[in-house]
Design a binder for this molecule. Structure first.
Ligand code: COA
Length: 148
């Protein structure tokens, strides 16, 4: 589907047995999102979304699953994009987004937390543009972005 020969990982469709690895990556990322508070509602949302979403994982032969992306069914909206901390800056997010973009056959959208400066920089590097700033109540806003 998508292979990064130099870095040794590839992207494939999610399988049920990937659930635990994805959740582990998700939880360790959420721990760094101090502004979000308790992870419980976000975990519940991920669990709810899994049966109906299109999901891809990046897998490395020794490390296992190192990142995942969920795409809302029938839409080009990226619900989750999370890459293991040890595998950042290796093109994993770029690859997952490319696969999702090819599948959706239209530009993707997503919402990024205003305080998530790392992700905002990554999307900027990937050519994403701001569609709308939304929900700035209490300083915990999100920005709607659209892909090339
Ligand atoms: C944001 C995230 C998904 C990026 O994943 P990644 O696999 O490291 O990204 P890539 O390696 O594909 O990088 C794509 C581009 O973004 C740049 N980039 C990635 N992270 C960056 C950062 N923190 N700061 C600046 N640039 C960054 C890369 O340099 C690359 O640009 P280049 O090709 O011009 O060099 C990852 O940092 C992550 O999982 N963060 C925690 C969860 C999160 O915030 N998810 C997004 C929720 S909306």
């Amino acid at each position: 589907m998508y292979t990064h020969d130099a870095a040794g990982w590839h992207i494939r469709k999610y399988q049920t047995h990937d659930g635990q690895a994805c959740m582990s990556i998700f939880m360790s990322c959420l721990r760094k999102f101090a502004w979000r508070g308790t992870p419980r509602p976000y975990v519940a949302r991920l669990i709810r979304s899994i049966p109906n979403s299109r999901i891809w994982v990046a897998e490395e032969p020794y490390a296992g699953v190192i990142g995942f992306l969920t795409l809302q069914p029938g839409e080009a909206y990226v619900d989750h994009l999370f890459v293991h901390e040890d595998w950042r800056f290796c093109g994993v997010a770029r690859g997952l987004l490319e696969v999702a973009r090819d599948t959706a056959c239209q530009p993707l959208t997503l919402d990024v937390d205003t305080q998530n400066f790392g992700a905002r920089k990554a999307y900027e590097s990937l050519g994403w543009k701001v569609m709308a700033a939304a929900d700035v109540t209490g300083g915990r806003g999100q920005i709607r972005l659209v892909s090339p």
